[in-house]
Design a protein around this ligand. Structure first.
Ligand code: FES
Length: 99
């Protein structure tokens, strides 16, 4: 496998073995499938991982993009994911959602 250009983290709210935080209650897991589809459609070499609570629950759902280190909050749906990926393709952050 080729090493990915980007690693996108999506908060899955786990604290210990239970998903107790807020992101999952705001449908963060539905972002993962959409991200996976969009990455393929756009030909971006990236992997998506779910994470434990990233400790910014009030700003959730949280999405982080590495290696840029962009931390995004209020990633509330597909339209926001589109803006984030559009910006990534343009080599810049999606400013409106940066934390
Ligand atoms: S549950 Fe996502 S930051 Fe806490």
């Amino acid at each position: 496998m080729q090493k990915p250009d980007y690693h996108i983290l999506v908060c899955a709210s786990f604290r210990g073995t239970e998903a107790k935080g807020k992101c999952i209650k705001k449908d963060s897991m539905q972002l993962i499938n959409y991200l996976e589809e969009e990455l393929v459609d756009r030909g971006l070499n990236a992997v998506v991982s779910s994470t434990g609570c990233l400790k910014l629950c009030e700003e959730g759902p949280i999405v982080v993009v590495y290696p840029q280190g962009y931390w995004y909050g209020n990633v509330t749906g597909q339209d926001v994911v589109d803006e984030i990926l559009d910006a990534l393709e343009e080599g810049k952050p999606a400013e409106a959602y940066l934390l």
